[in-house]
Design a protein around this ligand. Structure first.
Ligand SMILES: CC(C)(COP(=O)(O)OP(=O)(O)OC[C@H]1O[C@@H](n2cnc3c(N)ncnc32)[C@H](O)[C@@H]1OP(=O)(O)O)[C@@H](O)C(=O)NCCC(=O)NCCS
Length: 160
């Protein structure tokens, strides 16, 4: 599994990701081809922002784009979300993708914390976050909220 930038050739793969059971817990309908093209255009446009605050990365397994993981940062915090094509579930790919994005967030972007949430009934997503080291913070209005925090290193400035 590797994460990579999306390209305009990924439109059909992205459309297939955003379909079927994968959108059960998302407030959206299945993607049409035109939606997928717009999605990629927007991702490529945001990737050019400097400083870059939006990461929409493809989850690629042996050349097959099986999902998308997003990191949106504001100052020192960020939000994380992900979706994988239904036929690729339960192979550990989402957990591996989340671990890779946490390394990006903490080691490269030097963020302090990353937040994520899932619908209460979406137990698979809860497992992914728990396995990747997120702590459950609270539950509210049908969502469970989580946070992962950067481990402080001896070279970090002391906190008061
Ligand atoms: C949630 C999702 C990303 C998981 O992807 P994945 O690649 O299957 O995740 P992983 O294989 O890394 O881990 C899945 C874990 O959930 C568990 N799981 C799967 N279905 C489950 C269920 N119905 N109830 C409880 N646990 C479940 C698996 O057993 C595994 O845990 P384990 O390693 O302890 O056995 C994928 O199901 C998905 O894309 N869902 C639709 C989009 C979505 O819900 N995104 C999250 C929005 S917050």
């Amino acid at each position: 599994m590797r994460l990579r930038e999306l390209t305009s050739d990924d439109a059909d793969a992205v459309r297939r990701v955003y379909s079927g059971a994968s959108i059960r817990y998302l407030e959206r309908t299945a993607m049409e081809p035109a939606d997928a093209l717009r999605y990629i255009e927007q991702a490529l446009c945001r990737a050019r922002d400097r400083p870059r605050v939006h990461y929409v990365l493809g989850i690629d397994v042996a050349g097959d784009l099986i999902g998308v993981i997003k990191l949106n940062s504001t100052t020192t915090r960020a939000g994380l979300s992900y979706i994988l094509r239904e036929d690729t579930w339960s192979h550990g790919y989402a957990t591996a993708a989340v671990a890779t994005v946490l390394a990006l967030a903490f080691d490269t972007l030097h963020l302090d914390s990353v937040a994520a949430k899932h619908r209460t009934a979406n137990h698979a997503s809860g497992r992914v976050l728990a396995k990747a080291g997120f702590a459950r913070i609270y539950e509210d209005e049908g969502f469970v909220h989580y946070a992962a925090r950067r481990k402080r290193s001896p070279t970090d400035p002391a906190t008061p």
